[in-house]
Design a protein around this ligand. Structure first.
Ligand code: ADP
Length: 500
């Protein structure tokens, strides 16, 4: 049982191979028509041969029938009187000839169903009750080919054309008897066997040719695919800048193109991962270096005054705070990168959420004397992850305050149509240079590194924001004029699409 299952599995795996399929298709297309043709020709030959044989025998029997009538066979007294002995011998000889020629048996039966003559000499004088004979006496002659037992049986009416009335009479004469003949089909079978043998030899020769053709073609046709696999195996060890190039079919070229694109993407991902790790190490190292420098300089001084200690300790604490902020942001980013399914979607009142966030941020704005205005065009509720959307709104408004001038303003506008809500944050701040605008969502990217550091930026805020917006299948765009201010617009669907 287990072996059978294993064998079936093997067969399946084999059938999954393109080469095996091409081989089988060529084999089937090459062999099946030949076999069908052989069967068709042979059975057609058999049919026609049987028909011919029946027609020939019937013709000869008709002649014999006519002789029988003309010699008054069914009227023995008259027959003897006219042609004593001779007629009967002639008829016997004719029947004998037919019987020998066609390897068969002829019975002459009169209208009383009595066997008058049997070339085998077995049934003479007996009465025969057979459906075919009765039918024939009524004028319906039949022939029947029994392939299984190898004979053809037929009935031939003996018509007395001089008599036109009485039972069994017809327009052209009266049926006075029936010849029941069965002949062998040995000759047909023998010819068919010869034909079949020749066809089989031809077929086998063709099969050898087709198998060879199938092997060659299936190997040749699948070669480009094997070359692609080989080329992919070669680059599997590590992704290099080199693209693979394999000439072949349009299909293999498409596969190679797709693979090269994938390779490019993997390379980009690998590069960005390496860059990210380098950036993280650098960003985390900077506060640590400052802490070490501060601590070292304190240790180096023998009798440092308490105020100096205090001052240095405050600096150390602020560096540790910074380190903490970076780590918190990094954790947020890593969480954001996880699967979209991690979103905790709920129906949220966006107006209330925006109000709450602005309330939290107003104290920071007040410190810089920045005016924060909230304009809600309509009440908005949407299916969102509250924590992640809070991050989005907080980051954008916080940036608008952080990168603002003193006495500037920040305007937050919430609007919605039937499909999306938009959250727009404009400020009267420093603005972002045009060439930097495309990079602001990159991790650790800061337009002005020292300024951003001064105001406590980690360069991760907008990266987190963008991830959170994309997780909601939304979009974020930014326009800015240097020295005048920036506008960040977030567009998020009101209903979260839970499909993949
Ligand atoms: P950071 O933590 O440094 O603020 P972000 O990822 O939030 O990092 O922002 C990236 C950079 O984009 C900032 O360093 C800043 O230079 C620029 N930026 C972001 N928002 C604004 C804004 N509203 N006005 C001017 N510059 C901005």
């Amino acid at each position: 049982m287990a072996r059978r299952i294993l064998e079936e599995l093997k067969q399946l795996v084999l059938l999954r191979s393109l080469q095996a399929r091409i081989f089988l298709i060529i084999l089937v297309v090459g062999v099946v028509p030949g076999v069908l043709m052989r069967y068709g020709i042979l059975s057609n030959y058999e049919e026609r041969s049987v028909e011919n044989r029946i027609a020939n025998v019937q013709n000869q029997l008709l002649v014999v029938g006519n002789h029988l009538i003309s010699n008054n066979y069914f009227n023995p007294d008259v027959m003897e009187e006219r042609n004593p002995g001779v007629s009967r011998d002639v008829i016997d000889a004719e029947l004998e000839m037919i019987s020998n020629l066609y390897e068969g048996r002829v019975l002459i039966i009169n209208s009383g169903l009595k066997v008058m003559e049997d070339t085998y000499g077995l049934s003479e004088g007996k009465t025969i009750v057979s459906e075919e004979v009765i039918k024939c006496l009524r004028g319906e002659s039949v022939s029947h080919y029994d392939r299984e037992h190898g004979y053809i049986e037929m009935t031939t009416p003996i018509i007395d054309t001089s008599a036109t009335s009485g039972e069994g009479g017809s327009a052209s004469g009266k049926i006075v008897g029936v010849m029941l003949t069965s002949i062998s089909n040995d000759a047909i079978v023998a010819t068919m066997e010869v034909l079949n043998r020749q066809a089989l030899i031809l077929e086998n020769l063709m099969l050898v040719g087709i198998v060879a053709l199938a092997i060659v073609l299936s190997t040749l046709l699948t070669k480009p695919f094997n070359r692609v696999t080989k080329a992919i195996h070669e680059v599997k060890a590590g992704y290099t800048d080199e693209k693979i190039s394999v000439k072949g079919y349009a299909e293999t070229v498409h596969i190679v193109d797709a693979f090269n694109q994938l390779l490019g993407r993997m390379k980009t991902l690998d590069d960005s991962r390496q860059e990210f790790v380098a950036n993280v190490s650098h960003e985390l190292k900077t506060p640590m270096t400052s802490v070490k420098v501060l601590a070292d300089s304190l240790l180096a001084q023998q009798d440092a005054p308490a105020e100096l200690y205090r001052e240095f300790m405050e600096d150390i604490v602020s560096e540790i705070d910074r380190e903490n902020r970076i780590i918190t942001d990094l954790l947020a980013l890593v969480k954001m990168d996880k699967k979209v399914q991690d979103l905790n979607i709920a129906q949220i009142n966006i107006n209330d959420l925006a109000e709450l966030i602005l309330k939290r941020l107003r104290p920071i704005a007040r410190k810089k004397d920045v005016e924060v205005v909230f304009e809600s065009m309509r009440p908005v509720t949407a299916e969102v992850d509250e924590v992640k959307l809070t991050l989005v709104m907080t980051n954008l408004v916080e940036n608008a305050i952080k990168y603002n001038k003193d006495h500037g303003w920040v305007k937050v506008v919430l609007d919605a149509d039937h499909q999306y809500f938009t959250f727009m944050v404009s400020d009267s701040g420093l603005g972002i240079p045009e060439d930097a605008l495309a990079n602001i969502y990159e991790r650790f990217y800061r337009v002005d590194k020292s300024h951003s550091r001064e105001i406590g930026g980690t360069g991760l805020g907008l990266a987190i924001t963008k991830s959170a917006v994309l997780a909601h299948r939304g979009s974020i765009t930014a326009t800015s004029t240097e020295g005048e201010g920036s506008v960040f617009t977030v567009k998020i669907p009101l209903a979260y699409d839970r499909r993949t």
